[in-house]
Write a protein that binds this ligand. Structure first.
Ligand code: S3P
Length: 186
């Protein structure tokens, strides 16, 4: 018999869409644990993300990200917020799906721009033309997010509380389906 899928919610999506904020609200609403792959990487590396990129390059960061993701497969009743580039490694996508209900959060290009240019903690955004960088990365990544998710939620113009409420409702329906017995044979 195959192992039942754990009841976790995995949040994926571009930088600045609110994965951490919404994830923490969801954890509170559901009484689940909250985990953030970026925070785990920083703890394990002992230095902030920009320093990891400087010392180890993006490839080093991605390797750490896959290691952290693989270590989450024992989680149950957790909200897992992920870094925006987690879907760029093909091997991560089946791991994300195995972890639980995968929700892709999106936002308008303008909202993303405002949020990611508000500080300098995102190495991939330190370019001459961040708006064009956002467009280029979205073009590359949107099909990957789409292939990895069970649900897509556009957060543009909504309060985080309302988004968390909607995701919670949808996840509970999904989880109840996991628990249902197999359909009788006809
Ligand atoms: C990245 C997103 C960041 C972080 C790193 C790389 C990306 O996380 O993992 O800077 O490639 O999109 P957030 O999505 O939480 O900003």
């Amino acid at each position: 018999m195959s192992t039942p899928q754990p009841q976790n919610i995995v949040l994926i999506g571009f930088m600045g869409v609110g994965k951490t904020t919404i994830g923490k609200l969801l954890a509170k609403k559901l009484g689940f644990h909250f985990t953030d792959t970026d925070a785990q990487i920083v703890t394990q590396a002992g230095c902030p993300i920009p320093e990891i990129f400087t010392k180890e390059g993006e490839e080093g960061f991605r390797q750490r990200e896959t290691t952290v993701l693989n270590a989450l497969t024992t989680k149950q009743h957790s909200i897992i917020a992920t870094g925006g580039g987690i879907i760029t490694r093909e091997e991560n996508i089946p791991i994300l799906k195995k972890l639980g209900y995968v929700v892709w959060l999106t936002a308008s290009e303008n909202e993303i721009y405002d949020r990611v240019t508000a500080n300098s903690d995102r190495p991939l955004m330190q370019t001459k033309d961040p708006r064009q960088t956002i467009r280029d990365l979205l073009t590359l990544r949107d099909p990957l997010y789409s292939s990895a998710c069970h649900l897509c939620v556009d957060t543009t113009g909504f309060h985080s509380e309302d988004i968390a409420y909607g995701v919670r409702e949808s996840a509970l329906v999904y989880f109840s389906g996991l628990a249902s017995p197999p359909a009788p044979e006809s």
